[in-house]
Design a protein around this ligand. Structure first.
Ligand code: HEC
Length: 221
């Protein structure tokens, strides 16, 4: 993983080249009802994020307000989290993590660890710690809601600072990202809450059948 760190410039270069396309994509957000499935789900979240204004922590949002708790068996989760078929969610439906005392992760958080390192790490740094180019998402998720997170990932963002453009690409059409966006979110959220330390997770739960079915459906295989 760390070996990739030597090569970010090339990746940034490619992203600068696709910038016009990215801009066009962003302008079209909202009007886009192109495909059913993940793209429209992403568009719906973008709409939601737009309605709720800039990325400010919303106290009514469980993903932000539910504190981390330690259960009697030593496992950690957000308060009020429940599991269905191995997937943990909060009462408002936002996804969350479950980390056992020995730091064994639920399947989805583990999947998020892997997906983050293949899709985001090159810009956002190993383990969500940030880089000179992009913010540390472990820090961002201490205050950013799940909905705002989805909105930024799907629609992207460009910041111009003294002539340098910092580009968060719009990834709403990328199935390898959007099919696993909950996974990446829960992994980063577990890190943000301090439920798991840095480093490769020592173990994970088995992949639930529900996750296998979902893969097929979402990736259209
Ligand atoms: C090409 C580099 C690049 C890649 C790849 C990338 N990002 Fe970003 N991302 C950025 C930059 C740069 C920003 C900051 C933009 C700004 O300053 O407004 C950002 C911002 C964000 C933010 C907002 C953070 C905050 O504190 O406001 C989130 C959330 C985010 N990215 C998630 C992701 C996820 C998840 C992935 C992987 C699926 C990813 N990004 C992949 C460059 C990237």
């Amino acid at each position: 993983m760390r070996a990739n760190l030597g090569k970010p410039r090339r990746v940034f270069g490619r992203n600068f080249l696709i910038q016009d396309k990215t801009r066009a994509q962003r302008e079209q957000q909202g009007k886009r009802v192109k495909r059913s499935g993940i793209a429209s789900i992403a568009a719906a979240f973008v709409g939601l994020a737009a309605l709720s204004g800039p990325s400010v922590a919303n106290a009514a949002d469980d993903s932000v307000s539910a504190p981390m708790v330690t259960n009697e068996d030593g496992s950690k989760m957000q308060k009020g989290a429940v599991s269905k078929d191995g997937k943990w969610t909060l009462p408002d439906g936002s996804p969350t993590y479950h980390v056992k005392e020995d730091f064994t992760l639920d399947w989805y958080s583990y999947s998020g660890f892997r997906r983050y390192h293949s899709e985001c790490h090159v810009c956002h740094g190993p383990e969500g710690e940030g880089s000179t180019y992009a913010p540390g998402l472990v820090k961002s998720l201490k205050t950013m809601s799940y909905t705002d997170f989805l909105g930024v990932v799907a629609s992207g963002r460009i910041r111009n600072e003294a002539g340098t453009e910092f580009v968060m690409p719009a990834l709403g059409d990328n199935k390898n990202v959007m099919c696993y966006i909950d996974d990446m979110y829960v992994y980063l959220k577990a890190r943000a809450d301090g439920a798991m330390p840095r480093g490769r997770p020592p173990g994970r739960d088995d992949k639930p059948q529900a996750a296998k079915d979902y893969d097929k459906q979402c990736l259209g295989e």
